[in-house]
Ligand binder design. Structure first.
Ligand SMILES: C[S@@+](CC[C@H](N)C(=O)[O-])C[C@H]1O[C@@H](n2cnc3c(N)ncnc32)[C@H](O)[C@@H]1O
Length: 264
């Protein structure tokens, strides 16, 4: 089991808040829309990061709580909320597998490429349902297993030492069958839709340069790659990204799955 300090480091190094977080804004809006958040709702945003979903929901008039394990993310979320002029969001530090809230505390519980990183996944799944009232909605996004981020993770894996203690891949939350199994109890009306984040980039090499220098998860993992293997890894990564690159738009397509369900 990885420590809380290790998880916090993954999301603190690099500069997620300045570049990566803002590129996911359309997915946040899609999630809030899919969950039909309105002004009467008490909403929880799990693994809220810099506040994309929490602030989008608060701008609809909902009463919002944002929770994240990483204090630096929460600091940036507070700043974003102040700029957006929504000052009544409650920000809490905590773990998605052990939420510091009573049963049935929320009408809508959301997570945008967030709770997918919590371990063990079954605990995250139970907590999502526990804090949502009967008749309330849960909705979350994950990269689909065929999407660019899992493809890059697979390429990276080939250059890392084997890790027998590795957690299940987070992207299983983007696989409809696995999600059905994980939500098999206590919810109904499970439905799925996909969406795409189009990340602007001048070339596949620029995209890799951005990720290797700014994404904490990749920065930390690259510390375990043999220096001599680095040029081959870079070449493979650029070839992987190329598969998702649209030259007519200068974008990398990042496909995600939205799951929505009603709590029984
Ligand atoms: C890819 S970011 C997504 C942030 C935000 N939801 C967004 O849409 O931009 C993943 C977030 O999950 C948080 N996180 C990772 N593991 C967590 C856990 N076990 N409990 C709560 N938050 C967690 C990280 O701190 C980070 O802010």
């Amino acid at each position: 089991m990885v420590s809380k300090e290790h998880v916090q480091r993954l999301w603190t190094v690099g500069s997620y808040s300045d570049t990566i977080g803002p590129s996911f804004l359309s997915m946040a809006a899609h999630l809030v829309e899919a969950a039909t958040v309105d002004a009467d709702d008490r909403v929880l945003d799990i693994a809220c990061g810099t506040g994309n979903v929490a602030i989008t929901a608060a701008r609809r008039g909902a009463q919002v709580t944002g929770l994240d394990i990483t204090p630096d993310m929460l600091e940036d979320a507070r700043e974003n909320a102040a700029i957006a002029g929504v000052d009544d969001i409650e920000w809490r530090e905590g773990d998605a597998t052990e939420l510091p809230f009573e049963d049935d505390a929320f009408d809508v519980t959301l997570s945008c490429v967030g709770h997918m990183f919590a371990n063990p996944p079954d605990a995250a799944s139970l907590e999502l349902r526990r804090v949502t009232k009967s008749g309330g909605r849960i909705a979350f996004t994950s990269w689909t297993p065929r999407s660019v981020v899992p493809a890059m993770a697979k390429t990276l894996q080939e250059y890392l030492p084997p890790n027998p203690d590795a957690s299940p891949p987070p992207f299983l939350w983007g696989d409809e069958e696995v999600v059905q199994e994980r939500l098999n109890d206590g919810v109904s009306d499970v439905s799925f839709e996909t969406g795409v984040v189009e990340q602007l980039s001048l070339s596949p090499s620029h995209s890799w340069e951005m990720i290797r220098s700014q994404s904490g998860i990749f920065i930390v993992a690259l510390e375990d790659v043999d220096e001599d293997d680095y040029p081959a890894l870079s070449e493979d990564m650029i070839a992987t990204i190329e598969e998702y690159f649209d030259d007519s738009q200068n974008t990398v397509s990042m496909e995600y799955l939205i799951t929505t369900a009603t709590v029984d």
